[in-house]
Design a protein around this ligand. Structure first.
Ligand code: HMG
Length: 428
């Protein structure tokens, strides 16, 4: 019998459409080099109205249950980490619970603290599993978000969307967190926020970068002091990735801390080679998807697990989770011994390879349609209902002040070429 708890399975959902940042830069009259090299992005995922935080969460979780043959009756906790809540009272976890058809003897709730909400959910689930004497009981943790900023704002090229589902239990074959004292950091700041009457976030962008880096330094130093781990112990350093260059800035901060503590004889290899080795491999997915808020850090884990480039079995990761507002945590953990078994099951490579490029007018239309879906009747958004990769449920719109979700008909799915101005070559 294993005494540890951790991740038993992982699954992702990424919207079908993407916009090239080059296209966005041209439309915004900005030098494309700013988005591509200044921010380090390449493409951003653009959800259709059918892909809201609920339908993406259901999709990621349903795929996890199907791909890993999870017994639904064993799931007795659902926590959704999100900052894209669809209702001030009813949590997304309640919708997920209902649509998955889980047992009534199951707790379901959301956790919110900007992008830290996913890690808060994971921590709660791990604590619950540790305390639960029933070893067959599992928790489902889902991170689901749509990162949306105003058009033409500095945040626009950092948009994105996606959902990550994780199964937590007593057979953590995929990933186990190290059991060190937690290295957390909370400081009330006004770096990024989204008032309840707005669909898009507001941000003091440069302040948010400073807050992220301060929280990183504090939690990293605390984690090293408490754990006794050293730089060399981390095979990969993963970060919350609002845009890829932010992870580079974070990496530079950690490198600087490390280098300042070393004698010349123990100097680290050059920064660029260390970055390419320890962080860059996990950033490829972020350059494709953009910011997925709560899911961002776990999308790095998913992409590392599924990348065929290297054998990641048994490797130790350092992970930094940051949520504006602000709350942050540095933690570490180890990938399981049978890592190769997860390839193809997590779904990230497939999701990226099935995507389709849209042009700027279509991007504008989809944004408008998402706004209409929140005001109008389900019929008003029918036009955009079919343009996604959802298999289980789609958001139809609002009727009688209630969100309407419906099945995704196979005929309607993936026939969107005629309906939107999709370009044909969408391979990532
Ligand atoms: P900005 O102010 O328009 O951009 O927006 P900038 O002027 O700072 O330029 C950005 C970079 O591009 C700079 O590089 C420029 O030099 C470079 P750096 O100095 O940083 O290395 N640049 C160019 N490079 C090549 N060719 C050019 C060129 N022009 C400029 N022609 C900002 C940038 C990040 C502020 C904006 O995108 C933004 O507000 N983003 C949203 C906020 C954000 O992502 N913050 C990150 C930390 S907070 C966080 O991670 C939490 C979050 O995920 C939310 C949550 O917790 O829920 C956001």
């Amino acid at each position: 019998m294993k005494s540890s708890v951790g991740l038993e399975a992982l699954s992702v959902y990424v919207p079908r459409h993407f916009l090239e940042l080059k296209t966005l830069a041209q439309a915004n009259g900005v030098d494309p080099a700013k988005y591509l090299f200044g921010l380090g992005g390449r493409r951003i995922a653009i959800p259709t109205p059918a892909e809201d935080a609920v339908s993406m969460a259901v999709e990621a979780a349903a795929r996890l249950i199907e791909n890993y043959d999870v017994q639904k009756s064993n799931i007795s906790l659902v926590i959704v980490g999100t900052e894209s809540g669809v209702d001030a009272a009813k949590p997304i976890a309640a919708y997920v619970h209902g649509h998955l058809g889980l047992s009534n003897h199951c707790r379901a709730f959301d956790t919110t603290h900007a992008c830290y909400g996913g890690t808060a959910a994971l921590r709660m689930a791990l604590a619950w599993a540790t305390a639960n004497p029933r070893l067959d009981q599992k928790a489902l943790v889902i991170c689901t978000d749509i990162a949306r900023y105003d058009m033409l704002s500095p945040g626009e090229p950092t948009q994105g969307a996606g959902a990550v589902a994780m199964l937590i239990g007593h057979e953590p074959e995929l990933f186990t967190l190290d059991p060190y004292p937690e290295s957390v950091y909370t400081r009330e700041v006004m770096d990024f926020w989204r008032p309840q009457y707005r669909q898009s976030a507001l941000v003091h962008g440069h302040l948010s970068i400073d807050c992220y880096l301060s929280a990183l330094e504090s939690t990293y130093r605390a984690h090293l002091a408490q754990s006794g781990l050293r730089w060399e112990d981390f095979d990969y350093l993963l970060f919350h990735v609002p845009f890829p260059k932010m992870a580079y800035k974070g990496f530079c901060k950690l490198y600087e801390i490390e280098q300042s503590q070393r004698s010349p004889a123990r100097a680290l290899p050059p920064l660029e080679s260390e970055f390419q080795k320890r962080t860059q491999p996990a950033l490829v997915v972020h350059a494709e998807v953009g910011n997925s808020y709560t899911g961002s850090l776990y999308l790095s884990l998913a992409s590392l697990m599924e990348s065929g480039d290297s054998d990641v079995a048994g490797l130790r990761l350092g992970l930094f989770s940051y949520g504006s507002g602000s709350c942050a945590e540095y933690f570490s953990g180890q990938i399981g011994a049978d890592a190769a078994a997860w390839r193809g099951k997590i779904g990230i490579s497939r999701a990226l390879s099935e995507r389709v490029e849209i042009d700027h007018p279509t991007y504008r239309d989809l944004r408008r349609a998402s706004e209409v879906a929140l005001r109008g009747a389900p019929e008003d958004v029918a036009e955009h209902r079919s343009t996604h990769n959802l298999k289980h449920i789609a958001f139809y719109g609002i009727r009688d002040d209630q969100r309407v979700y419906g099945p995704v008909s196979e005929a309607a799915r993936l026939t969107s070429g005629e309906r939107t101005n999709e370009k044909t070559s969408g391979r990532a």
